[in-house]
Design a binder for this molecule. Structure first.
Ligand code: 4AD
Ligand code: MG
Length: 466
């Protein structure tokens, strides 16, 4: 047991390589595991320990006979304590597991006193948020964050398999992509009230980015198909279950592409990621099904198997006006669709994800391409049941003169954005892209209804703990 500390294989690796075989191979019969104790039961001459190391939802049952080295620390091996165990995998006589570990020695690593906050009973998500440093040790959050990791990897696979180039766009920026004035200012000035920018770190106003799109466009207009995947920040004071001040966005940008191609890519990506979640070779989605939404798998399979819908904004407004339902917010041509409207369209009317496109130009940002009607722009929002908007995108205005006009309509300093309009001046191309909110995707595939519970350390108005 006193061998030098080294990295122990995780239980997930163990399950993949050992526990799924019908017979344990000779060379791996004697193994070492380490983890945190979920429960312990003592019998006369031995103890049972349910051990979990967080790499998988599955616990490994340890059987420790009273004579083995390390057994004397058994009273301290309470829920939450950490331990290293050497032992042999043997077929388990108990139900619910194929193998158990017959311990040959064990070593207490860290005790967990009586005030360990995670006890066997279930805890509310609100309480667990207040102990976000211990939250990943619970079954549901462990599952949610493992799914988060796997889907992040799947995002890269989706694009890399299609020859998209991954671009790292800056977190600190001087431009406001969405033009909605929801930016966090970045400054080294002590006196935040000073309005002059001289003396500040960058010699000009700087902010945390709300989107990597504009920088992404410059790379698409050079490398053709690109994507970004990184953190974005919005100082919008909306305390909803779907908004966070810091969230991750995936933003593909495709050169030589129009709105149709953009909508196709968005749908293909959502289907890919939903299938990925469904096909995960572990029990994490089942945990979400058990604790969050009993119909989760069925819902996701329905999404994967049926075609998404597409309607124009004008058609959507007509459907909403005629639906006979009373909404909190008014519906009329020229107004933004609210989440309750989006959810009616996708949950009650189509019962399937739906892409709404061609919005009035007045309610959309400066970079969207003006349609022939002179009234609408090539915006598209992909809406999903349970959430509403999960993707927002558009074909971009590639005509130099039209873009300059948009600058002036939106009160944008053309000089400051000349780097952006230059893309239209020199070898302009039609191009399109979108942004997928990664947390909203995770809410969709896990059924978890509060965005705070799919973010390791959520930042929302008034909350920046840990
Ligand atoms: O619709 P949005 O604002 O679009 C853009 O930022 C474009 N520049 C994207 C592009 O075309 N490249 O945001 C895109 C998505 C939304 O559909 C939503 O899923 C998510 O980002 N999102 C948020 N997620 C969590 N918290 C917030 N405060 C969010 N704001 C937007
Ligand atoms: Mg949007």
């Amino acid at each position: 047991m006193d061998s030098p500390l080294r990295s122990v294989q995780t239980m997930r690796t163990l399950i993949k390589h050992v526990l799924t075989r019908s017979e344990p191979a000779d060379d791996i019969e004697e193994i070492e595991v380490a983890g945190w104790i979920r429960t312990r039961r003592d019998a006369k001459a031995f103890s049972f320990i349910e051990l979990n190391d967080g790499s998988t939802i599955l616990n490994l049952q340890i059987v420790a006979d009273s004579g083995i080295p390390g057994y004397e620390s058994m009273p301290q091996l309470t829920t939450g304590a950490s331990v290293r165990v050497f032992g042999k995998l043997i077929p388990s006589p108990a139900q619910g597991q194929d193998w158990e570990l017959q311990a040959t020695s064990l070593k207490l690593l860290g005790i967990a006193p009586d005030d360990y906050p995670l006890q066997k009973k279930g805890h509310s998500p609100e309480f667990l948020r207040s102990i976000a440093h211990l939250r990943p040790r619970t079954n549901l959050f462990g599952a949610a964050f493992r799914i988060r990791s796997r889907l992040a990897y799947a995002v890269h696979r989706f694009f890399q398999e299609r020859d998209f180039v991954y671009v790292h766009t800056p977190i600190i920026t001087a431009s406001d992509c969405e033009g909605a004035g929801e930016m966090f200012r970045v400054t080294t000035l002590d006196d935040r009230t000073v309005s002059k920018d001289a003396g500040d770190f960058f010699g000009k106003r700087a902010y945390l980015t709300v989107s990597g799109q504009l920088e992404g466009e410059t790379f698409a207009c050079a490398l053709s198909n690109i994507y970004t995947f990184g953190p974005t920040f919005r100082a919008e004071n909306s305390n909803t279950s779907r908004h966070a001040a810091e969230f991750w966005m995936i933003e593909p940008e495709v050169a030589f592409c129009d709105l149709e191609g953009d909508m196709d890519l968005a749908e293909e990506m959502i289907r890919f990621l939903v299938r990925e979640a469904l096909e995960g070779q572990d029990h994490d989605l089942s945990i979400c099904e058990k604790f969050v939404d009993k119909t989760l798998r069925q819902r996701l399979e329905h999404v994967a198997a049926h075609a998404f819908q597409r309607i124009t904004y004008t058609e959507a407004v007509k459907l909403l006006e005629g639906c006979g339902k009373t909404f909190q917010y008014p519906v009329a041509y020229g107004l933004n669709l609210q989440s309750e409207h989006e959810r009616w369209l996708t949950e009650e009317y189509f019962k399937q994800p739906v892409t709404v496109y061609n919005y009035p130009k007045e309610i959309k940002p400066f970079y969207m391409r003006l349609n022939e009607d002179g009234k609408t722009v090539t915006a598209m929002d992909l809406l999903v049941p349970g959430i509403g908007e999960i993707i927002g995108g558009s074909q971009r205005e590639e005509r130099y003169e039209v873009l300059l006009e948009n600058f002036s309509h939106h009160g944008i300093d053309a000089e400051a954005y000349s780097w952006y309009s230059d893309l239209r001046k020199y070898g302009t191309v039609p191009h399109a892209g979108f942004g997928l909110g990664f947390e909203r995707l995770l809410m969709f595939v896990t059924g978890i209804s509060n965005i705070r519970d799919v973010i390791p350390f959520p930042r929302t108005p008034g909350h920046c703990e840990f």
